[in-house]
Ligand binder design. Structure first.
Ligand code: ATP
Length: 283
């Protein structure tokens, strides 16, 4: 028997850091939305008690460092399972890009293995297990548009973000999330209006949403990688309604109501960066 799970990428329409907690994590307020750029995971039982990860990507480890491996190991250890599994990851989401590719793969692995091994766990139970592997995993278990707080474990579902086209542009470098958070200074942080953004989504107000999107990490990553600002400027020049860095970067996304504008941004940025995608938001 073979089981397939999709692992969609997310964008941060809003990301704010409120303060640094005693446990070292930042207290966050985020608005996340899934987009239809997705990895595809295939699961198959193995007779031998082993976790075998295979992938078409040359950027991914296939051992314990892979979040998918960690998901399988966590379930095996928690429930004392002795059945082996082969998981094939078709990688489409750029790696270390601010699109939660690893977390979404991990979440898809938990959902897929829950089915393959007939564990009967609810999404809430899977989210709680997933939080042991990564802060974005609980959100990725559910997906959709959500207001996410704490270090990522508190999730309030929102209506789907107003429908539009999203152009994703990933410059060549990768960014380490922890190093961006450690450079964040609360003396000169620019807090986005997350509650205004939330209201825009709740009232399906596309225009207000484009005014309110914001990311407190953006200026930190731009200081290290000025190309992110150049991408944003080009997106606006080619007709984006709004442009913002996702997560800790370096991927930048543009929002457009009209497909022709999204196409113009795609054409304009394709020569500037290798990795450019036009996607839709997922409900
Ligand atoms: P986030 O937006 O949650 O911060 P990201 O998009 O910036 O995540 P990922 O693509 O999740 O970053 O990759 C972060 C690190 O996780 C990379 O160094 C990568 O090697 C590692 N990793 C482990 N497993 C995976 C996986 N299945 N897919 C992608 N990256 C993985």
């Amino acid at each position: 028997m073979e089981i397939i799970e999709k692992a969609p990428a997310k964008i941060n329409l809003g990301l704010d850091a409120l303060y640094k907690r005693k446990d070292g994590y930042h207290e966050l307020e985020m608005i996340m939305a899934s987009v239809d750029l997705a990895d595809r995971l295939t699961f198959e039982l193995l007779p031998k008690d082993e976790i075998l990860i295979e992938t078409d990507s040359s950027f991914l480890p296939v051992d314990r460092r892979n979040h998918v491996y960690q998901a399988a190991e966590l379930l095996k250890n928690t429930f004392g399972l002795t059945q082996g599994v082969r998981i094939y990851i078709e990688k489409r989401i750029p790696v270390a890009a601010g699109l939660a590719g690893g977390s979404s793969d991990c979440a898809a692995a938990l959902r897929g293995l829950n089915r393959l091994w007939n564990l009967g766990l609810s999404l809430e139970e899977l989210a709680e297990l997933g939080s042991k592997i990564g802060s974005d995993v609980p959100y990725c278990i559910h997906g959709g548009t959500a207001f996410v707080t704490g270090r990522g474990e508190k999730i309030k579902f929102l209506p789907s973000m107003p429908q539009c086209w999203v152009v994703l542009v990933k410059p060549r470098m990768s960014v380490s999330t922890s190093s961006i958070f450690s450079s964040l200074s609360f003396n000169n942080i620019q807090h986005p209006d997350i509650h205004g953004l939330k209201q825009a989504i709740e009232t399906d107000d596309y225009l207000l949403m484009t005014e309110k999107i914001g990311n407190a990490l953006e200026s930190v990553t731009i200081k290290r990688h000025p190309v992110i600002q150049q991408i944003k400027d080009r997106m606006m020049k080619y007709g984006a309604d709004a442009a913002l860095m996702s997560g800790s970067g370096p991927t930048v996304f543009a929002l457009c109501e009209k497909k022709t504008r999204a196409q113009r941004i795609y054409n304009g940025l394709k020569g500037f960066c290798d990795e450019v995608y036009i996607v839709r938001t997922l409900k």
